[in-house]
Design a protein around this ligand. Structure first.
Ligand code: MN
Length: 669
């Protein structure tokens, strides 16, 4: 090694061509920093960089991080990088060293443990660091191996954060959670009104426990229930087990009567009734204020934080079906439940996003009808074969939609729907329908759409519940075709969609193009989503903050498509005429138009194999992949294991204008 640790970094780069920082005079801070770059180069990998003596010591980790200590990941030591790299993200041009997109995946500070200093630990081939980031927390271990001069292994140490094999501490995106000290004072959020039991997928429902509302605080091993003189020892022990250094959580302190039921009387001072703490929300985690995150994310975070304990328990919820939970509440002898809007932030004091629902035994049977009684649609001709090659029937299709209704319905909500009906299966005749005709039952909602050409008004169907969904499926709708905009804002699309339309091109080409589309979009600061089309292509989405017009989204998408077509001219094209496409993948930006539709995630397609449009993680493009991997026979398991996978399209709304500017820059540069 030469004297200047950055010689290799300089030697490998032409600073006239790469946007990467030239080594400068950046000074180290009080606490040394770390950064992890997600680097989409020839092959995707993660670069872990730790500040040591004025430079960033770097390791490339092809498989990324895992919180499961048994996962030992290869980490290849690479050249030291300058400190300026800590804030670098951007695209390194083709032909340059490390060409591809570099995004900051996590950053924060760290400290070295069980060694005098980092240079000594690195020289000894054994490094233990405690990372304080949004994804990476707790102690991580790097050990040099005999496998090669630069080969190390990276794995999680067994500490309070160790757990399942995911790569982020809570499994929730904390990028929008501001860093903040644990608040010394905080007002609890309260219900702002009552309601009768109801069903609405925008809401979730929790059982309500009789007891004393408390905020529980954890700072290291110091735990307490705010406002109480004394924290019961069992509860204190349970709070110490929370998977966090610091936390502020919200819940109800409950005392159990002789029958083991929560009882207010048993809470009176002097009672020695056993106590339990039921937690239903989290305000703060390890230096991050979570109150601005949607409730569903806070609950996922809380679930990840609460360890198994007899005294400190996580309050689970039911999504959407409040009237079904009502019967369970009655059975459990509880007084009621709380309805909470799934997307709501944690606000101080009463809020209309939380509603109290009383359930008494007299009323419960009348309001909590089971699904069978509520069903208004009984699908017919279930034996009819829809997919002859596989023998799948209409009954199989109905069963599929029953299974995925909860994850699918939010993607349809309030959108005009077009139908492509296949009453005799995929090999029979099909016809297109967008008008909601007179035969439609009156309980199906519709929205009037003024047709641009003739000034005529065409009512379109809206699918906001299971019954409406099953009604359309029963008409022979195999997939569903919702608009990109919703009732009330039909002129403003909720997302940009780039349709990678493959037809007869090989799927490997689609994968290659999708990877490039991801790089381009991330390179201009966006967080795109990806799914298979269910047929031969893929769809790339960018959800938007409200207010953009179809003209804006279409022009933007055309710009992106042209960049891709220029970079991958052998396999992709923006040529509109099919005959002139030469077998290349068509980058179709034309769907970004009022009254155009794109199939939502989780619908099966009228194609051989009954393949389903399936959300993908971007990293899955690096492994073996084929559209036939996901069918109405196999994809339900994926929904079980991973959930929707596309929910961010409804929540992670992004600004387009900065991306339009960045794209223009890209095209010029
Ligand atoms: Mn790299």
């Amino acid at each position: 090694m030469s004297d200047d640790p950055l010689d290799e970094y300089r030697r490998k780069r032409d600073f006239g061509r790469t946007p990467e920082p030239r080594p400068g005079a950046a000074a180290g801070r009080d606490a040394p920093v770390f950064v992890v770059h997600r680097h989409e180069a020839t092959s995707l990998h993660y670069d872990l960089r730790l500040e040591v003596d004025g430079v960033l010591c770097s390791w490339a980790v092809p498989k990324g991080f895992s919180y499961d200590p048994r996962d030992k990941r290869l980490a290849v030591r690479t050249e030291d990088h300058p400190l300026e790299y800590e804030s670098f993200s951007g695209s390194i041009p083709k032909g340059e060293y490390g060409a591809g997109t570099m995004t900051i995946w996590d950053r924060g500070t760290y400290r070295v443990v069980k060694a005098d200093d980092m240079p000594a630990a690195i020289a000894a081939g054994e490094v233990k660091v405690v990372l304080s980031g949004r994804r990476l927390r707790g102690e991580w271990h790097l050990v040099k191996t005999q496998g090669g001069p630069r080969h190390w292994l990276l794995f999680k140490s067994k500490d309070r954060y160790a757990g399942p094999a995911r790569d982020s501490v809570l499994g929730v995106d904390l990028s929008s959670a501001p860093a903040a000290p644990l608040p010394a004072r905080a007002r609890t959020m309260r219900t702002g009104g009552d309601a009768a039991p109801f069903t609405d997928l925008d809401w979730l429902f929790e059982m309500r426990f009789e007891g004393r509302r408390v905020l529980a605080e954890k700072r290291g091993d110091a735990v307490r229930l705010r406002g109480l003189r004394r924290t019961p020892p069992g509860i204190a022990a349970g709070l110490r087990k929370l998977r966090a250094d610091d936390a502020l959580v919200d819940g109800v302190l409950v005392a159990l009567d002789d029958d083991g039921r929560p009882s207010r009387a048993a809470l009176e001072p002097g009672s020695d009734a056993p106590r339990q703490l039921y937690l239903f929300d989290v305000l703060h985690f390890d230096g991050f204020d979570l109150r601005g995150l949607p409730l569903l994310d806070r609950k996922a975070a809380l679930r990840a934080i609460v360890a198994a304990d007899p005294h400190v328990l996580f309050v689970d919820h039911v999504a959407g079906r409040g009237d079904e939970l009502a019967s369970a509440v009655v059975a459990a002898g509880l007084p009621g439940m709380v309805a909470k809007r799934a997307a709501s932030r944690y606000a101080a004091g009463p809020s209309s996003d939380w509603r109290s629902i009383d359930v008494d035994e007299d009323r419960a049977p009348a309001t909590s009808r089971g699904p069978a009684a509520r069903r208004r649609v009984r699908p017919t001709n279930l034996e009819k074969v829809y997919w002859p090659a596989e023998g799948y029937t209409k009954g199989d299709l109905v069963e599929w939609y029953e299974t995925v209704a909860d994850v699918l319905l939010p993607h349809l909500r309030d959108r005009p729907i077009h139908m492509l009906r296949y009453p005799d299966g995929i090999e029979g005749k099909s016809f297109y329908q967008r008008r909601a005709n007179e035969q439609l039952p009156d309980w199906i909602e519709t929205v009037d759409v003024a047709s641009d050409s003739k000034g005529e008004v065409v009512p379109h169907m809206i699918v906001n519940d299971r019954d409406a969904l099953l009604y359309l499926v029963n008409l022979g709708s195999i997939d569903l075709h919702p608009w990109l905009s919703r009732r009330g804002s039909l002129e403003q699309p909720d997302w940009v969609v780039l349709d990678l339309d493959a037809k007869e091109s090989p799927f490997e080409d689609v994968v290659k193009i999708a990877r490039r589309a991801g790089r381009v979009l991330r390179g201009i600061g966006l967080r795109p989503l990806l799914k298979t089309s269910g047929a031969t292509g893929m769809h790339v989405y960018v959800p938007l903050v409200p207010g953009y017009t179809y003209e804006q989204t279409r022009m933007f998408c055309e710009g992106v498509a042209r960049v891709i077509a220029r970079e991958l001219p052998e396999i992709s094209t923006v040529e509109r005429t099919p005959a002139r496409r030469g077998g290349k993948v068509y980058l179709d930006y034309g769907q970004n138009r009022k009254s155009q539709t794109v199939v939502p995630p989780w619908v099966p397609r009228p194609v051989r194999g009954a393949c389903v449009s399936t959300p993908l993680e971007w990293d899955e493009l690096e492994g073996p992949l084929h559209p036939t991997d996901f069918t109405i026979r196999t994809a339900a398991r994926r929904v079980d294991e991973r959930g929707d996978g596309f929910r961010a399209v409804l929540t992670d709304r992004q600004e387009l204008l900065p991306a339009i500017e960045a794209l223009a820059e890209w095209v010029r540069g």
